[in-house]
Design a protein around this ligand. Structure first.
Ligand code: SAH
Length: 220
């Protein structure tokens, strides 16, 4: 998957990494190496390539956004991804977060569900630019999860849930982790663990803003 980064992006990427580290959104070496390898300019619209290394969300199609680098870094770190794991992502968008997870699981597998056909195509094309062969992008309502490949070691929801769809917990392995932004106008990033005693909260941080989770168990 490693591609030589074009010189014009190298300084911008280095500056972004420094910013993420200084603000403590990036603390883990493996996640740093994923962000360095999965070049964000491969996942934005052509018109925005010069902004690819800004620490900002950017518009893609269907009124959706590629997430802000700080947020992707935080979520990826909290999710504590290990090699060989099977991960469910709800909300593929551009496929950037997907590709970062793909890098970190190595020979593991990512199932990523996206509601909009245009974005499934966009993400698949973006992922094709890298040599990624451990990702399945599925056109479906991810508020239902993806029972066909369950259970998962990790589940990541990349759109705001007023309530986490309960059937996602059924698709999570014992000791598995689930991360999601929960709330309406502003969300808290919540990291949950499935234990023999039930679902427990591991981490919670407020003041995030994501696009809403749509679909059957999403926003009405
Ligand atoms: N992490 C992605 C951005 C995700 S934005 C990136 O960095 O590019 C949230 C995505 O969730 C959008 O693409 C949106 O279309 C998708 N989405 C919203 N509701 C969904 C649902 N019910 N099922 C699947 N995808 C959904």
């Amino acid at each position: 998957m490693k591609k030589q980064i074009e010189k014009k992006y190298q300084t911008q990427l280095d500056n972004l990494i420094t910013l993420l580290k200084n603000t403590k959104f990036l603390t883990n070496e493996n996640v740093e190496s994923a962000i360095r390898n999965v070049q964000r300019h491969d996942f934005v619209l052509m018109s925005d390539v010069d902004k690819a290394y800004y620490n900002e969300p950017l518009a893609i199609m269907k009124n959706q956004t590629i997430s802000q680098p700080a947020v992707v870094s935080r979520m990826t770190e909290w999710l504590d991804v290990k090699k060989g794991q099977k991960i469910l992502e709800v909300g593929t968008g551009s496929g950037w977060q997907t590709a970062i997870l793909s890098y970190l699981v190595g020979d593991g597998t990512i199932f990523s569900v996206e509601l909009h056909p245009e974005l499934v195509e966009f993400a698949q094309n973006n992922l094709k630019k890298l040599d990624i062969n451990n990702v399945n992008v599925i056109l479906n309502d991810g508020s239902l999860g993806y029972p066909d490949a369950a259970p998962y070691d990790r589940i990541i929801i990349t759109a705001a849930c007023s309530k986490i769809p309960s059937l996602l917990f059924d698709q999570l392995n014992q000791n598995g982790l689930l991360i999601a932004p929960v709330g309406n106008s502003s969300q808290s990033l919540v990291l949950l663990k499935k234990t023999s005693q039930g679902i427990i909260e591991i981490k919670n941080e407020s003041n995030y803003v994501f696009v809403p989770l749509l679909g059957k168990f999403g926003k009405r």
